[in-house]
Design a protein around this ligand. Structure first.
Ligand SMILES: Cc1cc2nc3c(=O)[nH]c(=O)nc-3n(C[C@H](O)[C@H](O)[C@H](O)COP(=O)(O)OP(=O)(O)OC[C@H]3O[C@@H](n4cnc5c(N)ncnc54)[C@H](O)[C@@H]3O)c2cc1C
Length: 518
């Protein structure tokens, strides 16, 4: 289906002819080749957008949204276009927000920053560090948007001390599904960014709950995000290109360790105690395979590191970074860590204690540069399943259920043997947790990927529902919401009402959110 000439000319009129294209060379490059494996029963190949537009302002976004509503054309926005950005059917245009790339404000006193969607995490983090602050980055990478509502859940490497998107979201500018511009929180009442709630009922829960609406509820054009204290240097002390940083240094007051434990109970106890003592700047439950891929520059190196690390760990583990505010604080944090290690039977991986290797790991993990290597390095394609965000031990128990199935897939040689420990992370000093199990496929084609991922996803859904583990972050689409809703206070009926009220014509393409179907 192609767009009418009147519609296309109207698009050109809004953004200028140089900022819109329907050339298949352009539209094809926005098309993800394989349907997300978490919805294994749907088509394999994604349709192309009818056109790609590059709006440069909120006004242009609003004009496109209204044009789409009038003409029954769907649209889907993205920030950096990392994932979840595809249409599922024809008659949909793309809003690529890359021209909206300004940091609007860094407020040192109020400890927040306001950004447009194409400000990436690395850019905001670098500006913050110059001022003694840092921000949470999505674990997907520093190349992703710093807008808290762009990331899927906004969980990331710094969530131990820097929380995650649901909690970091402050005021927001939102072009609703049908084209109204709403400034909510203090943006609506005062024209300022410091609070996301009120006056009156807060809209924060409307625009995101468990997970953000993944393109299905209009367009977020500006947002403010909380900042956190950064006790480190104003710029990263190293040169070169990731992962091969040259002369990386560990600043004074910082320490990095990879700790492994005799069993999962010891790990859970250590996470609890690290949180209670508030000594962790970063605590990520990487397994040996993720550590190996973070550092490796090719597959042979990856497998060599995997063997090296696996030989020197005793069981499940996590990476911990300590960042102290003073020599006395460092002394306290080091001693607390020593005691926790002794009492939980932790081993420290010697390679990470090496000052040069450790410093490389430190900066790659603080800047969040390794997620694609960590998920897909050795086979070219990664997958797995994710839990929700809830108390750490509960999320640990949930994700451990999938370990047996992963072992079965490894034994049947359907996926790579990269160990079976899940990836479990701590959030806000242990206040919450989140778990994922990652698998890497033999590159045997889309059908193979679909089948294997399908098995894992079905098992994860069965476990989540039967075990009452809450709604996982991979719950998107009508089918999944309809499955989980009746098990969780019929939340899906409310979600549908939200969709219907803020996008009555269904123009905002919602295949990864929920549609307003009766
Ligand atoms: C290897 C890998 C690791 C990942 N790790 C994490 C992780 O640790 N934590 C996590 O939260 N997610 C993770 N993700 C999931 C997700 O891909 C990213 O959070 C997200 O895509 C980050 O990119 P972005 O912020 O630029 O958003 P995009 O990739 O541009 O968009 C993501 C979704 O949000 C919508 N969207 C984006 N911006 C806007 C906007 N301004 N207005 C309206 N809708 C918008 C898009 O339509 C899309 O559905 C990971 C993905 C991969 C592939």
């Amino acid at each position: 289906m192609t767009l009418t000439r009147d519609f296309y000319r109207a698009l050109e009129g809004i953004v200028g002819p140089e900022n819109v294209s329907e050339d298949p060379v352009v539209t094809e490059s926005y098309s993800f080749p394989i349907r997300k494996a978490t919805m294994p029963d749907t088509n394999v190949y994604m349709p192309r957008f009818e056109a790609v537009t590059l709006p440069g302002s909120t006004g242009e976004v609003q004009a496109i949204v209204k044009l789409c509503n009038r003409n029954k054309v769907q649209y889907k926005a993205s920030s950096t276009g990392w994932l979840y950005c595809d249409p599922v059917g024809p008659n949909c245009i793309k809003l690529d927000l890359r021209r909206m790339n300004r940091i609007l404000e860094i407020n040192e006193k109020g400890m927040y920053a306001a950004v447009e969607p194409y400000v990436i995490g690395a850019q905001l983090q670098a500006e913050c560090m110059k001022r003694g602050f840092t921000c949470n980055l999505a674990g997907a990478g520093a190349n992703c948007s710093a807008l808290p509502l762009a990331a899927h859940a906004g969980l990331g490497h710094l969530s131990q001390s820097g929380s995650y998107s649901e909690r970091n979201q402050l005021a927001l500018e939102w072009v609703t599904g049908d084209g109204d511009i709403i400034g909510f929180g203090t943006l609506g009442s005062l024209g300022e960014w410091f609070c996301g709630d009120g006056p009156g009922p807060s809209l924060r829960g409307i625009i995101r709950g468990n997970t953000q609406p993944l393109g299905g509820l209009g367009v977020f054009t500006k947002a403010a995000v909380k900042l956190y204290h950064w006790p480190g240097p104003a710029a990263f002390p190293m040169e070169g290109i990731c992962p091969q940083y040259v002369h990386p240094e560990i600043p004074s007051g910082f320490m990095i360790r990879y700790l492994s434990f005799p069993d999962i109970d010891a790990l859970v106890e250590a996470v609890r105690r690290v949180g209670e003592a508030e000594i962790g700047f970063e605590l990520m439950g990487f397994n040996a395979a993720m550590m190996a891929s973070n550092i490796a520059t090719d597959n042979d190196e990856d497998l060599a590191y995997l063997k090296q690390f696996t030989d020197h760990i005793q069981g499940p583990g996590f990476l911990l970074i300590i960042a102290a505010n003073s020599p006395r604080d460092f002394e306290y944090k080091s001693r607390a860590l020593q005691q926790i290690m002794e009492e939980t039977g932790a081993w420290s991986l010697k390679d990470v204690e090496d000052p040069v290797i450790g410093a490389g790991f430190m900066w790659r993990f603080i800047r969040v540069t390794g997620s694609i290597r960590e998920t897909s390095r050795a086979t070219g394609w990664g997958g797995g399943t994710v839990g929700g965000t809830d108390v750490f031990p509960l999320m640990t128990r949930y994700i451990l259920h999938t370990s047996d199935l992963k072992q079965d897939l490894i034994d049947r040689k359907l996926i790579m043997d990269d160990g079976i420990y899940p990836f479990i992370q701590s959030i806000e000093h242990g206040h919450a947790g989140h778990g994922e199990i990652l698998i890497r496929y033999n590159p045997a084609g889309p059908d193979h990927i679909r089948n294997v991922q399908g098995m894992l996803t079905r098992e994860a859904n069965r476990t989540a529902i039967q075990g009452r583990f809450g709604v996982p972050h991979h719950t998107y689409s009508d089918a999944l919401h309809d499955m989980y809703g009746p098990e969780a206070c019929n939340y899906h009926l409310l979600l549908r009402k939200i969709k219907k009220n803020f996008d009555p014509s269904g123009s905002s393409e919602a295949s990864l959110y929920i549609t307003a179907k009766e």
